[in-house]
Design a protein around this ligand. Structure first.
Ligand code: C5P
Length: 303
């Protein structure tokens, strides 16, 4: 067996997701506060000894493997190619613990972890700054999932500044069988905004920044905001009932995570999060629940 490198890819929640106008390049200007969650995927990269093997092979397993591509359309494949155009044959494997197409940046986090794996396996010697530039080429959320922790994201989400955050926050994460396409949700938001059916973009992150410094989950709960939520709810009315069940079950607050359809409920502690998961999954067939803690680190190599 060839040498094996391992990495962990963490998911994220957007505590604040302010979305302004669409730009000339088709992306929307964002003002967002990201926090990494310990719900994660595990990746391996094996350097194959056989020089005649295919340059890249990819396999996927785990609870959220369904529908994840195993060809060059997967961002992990493209991440390896970005680190080195020519490289020894590698076998990549992703164990998916993060829901796919769920608004939790699972695919982006995998790409960030693959950048670190390829950098180590090929001894490419890329600095963190260089990896961040490659990450931005792969997708808007890839730079944050590489960096992790808590950060303000502007531009299309790739311009990052770390934020101070005290304490740790507990989330009940509710996933569902059917995913949502991110571009479709952004388009729906534009459509609702053109018809004056949603409010102005919320680009000011002062309140969430203050709540994070207080370390008080109740204060943080009052500041959660997602400009994509009306669009996600319009496309998926079933999410409205999930949000209601979570709040009835005692969560401090519930939001659609990113572009959805995952819903994230901020809780006081693990016991409350267990309760929320039990009640929401009982009321909403087809949903599954996970407890997440934030902040977690960015994509990291494991020994
Ligand atoms: O950057 P990424 O490939 O992850 O973005 C996927 C899609 O989400 C984009 O093609 C675009 O339609 C939408 N998007 C956007 N504005 C952003 C980020 C993503 O409109 N800031």
């Amino acid at each position: 067996m060839g040498q094996i490198f391992r990495a962990r890819a963490h998911s994220k929640v957007n505590l604040h997701l302010g979305v302004a106008q669409v730009r000339g390049d088709g992306y929307h200007e964002l003002s967002t506060v990201f926090q990494s969650l310990d719900i994660h995927d595990d990746l391996t990269l094996e350097l194959l000894d056989d020089p005649t093997a295919a340059p890249i092979t990819l396999t996927v397993d785990g609870p959220y493997a369904a529908g994840v591509p195993t060809d060059s359309s997967n961002l992990v494949w493209r991440a390896v190619e970005l680190v080195a155009r020519r490289h020894p044959p590698v076998a990549l494997h992703v164990h998916k613990g993060i829901p796919a197409a769920g608004g939790m940046a699972g695919g982006s986090a995998d790409a960030a972890a693959a950048l670190r794996l390829a950098n180590a396996a090929f001894a490419a010697g890329l600095s963190d700054d260089e990896l961040m530039k490659l990450a931005a080429q792969l997708g808007s959320d890839v730079p944050f999932t590489l960096m992790g922790g808590t950060a303000l994201g502007t531009g299309r989400g790739e311009e990052l500044v770390p934020m101070m955050a005290r304490g740790s926050y507990t989330w009940a994460i509710i996933t569902n069988r059917e995913g949502l396409s991110t571009p479709v949700v952004f388009d729906k938001m534009d459509e609702l905004r053109a018809k004056n059916r949603v409010g102005d973009p919320r680009m000011d992150t002062t309140a969430v920044g203050q709540a994070l410094i207080s370390g008080d989950p109740q204060q943080l709960a009052r500041t959660l905001a997602n400009d994509l939520q009306p669009a996600a709810l319009s496309l998926r009315p079933d999410l409205r009932k999930i949000l209601e069940s979570g709040e009835n079950a005692g969560a401090l607050a519930g939001i659609v995570s990113g572009s959805g359809p995952t819903c994230a409920f901020l809780c006081e502690d693990d016991a409350q999060a267990h309760n929320v998961i039990a009640e929401v999954t009982a009321d909403n067939p087809g949903t599954r629940g996970h407890i997440g803690h934030a902040p977690a680190p960015g994509a990291e190599l494991l020994d």
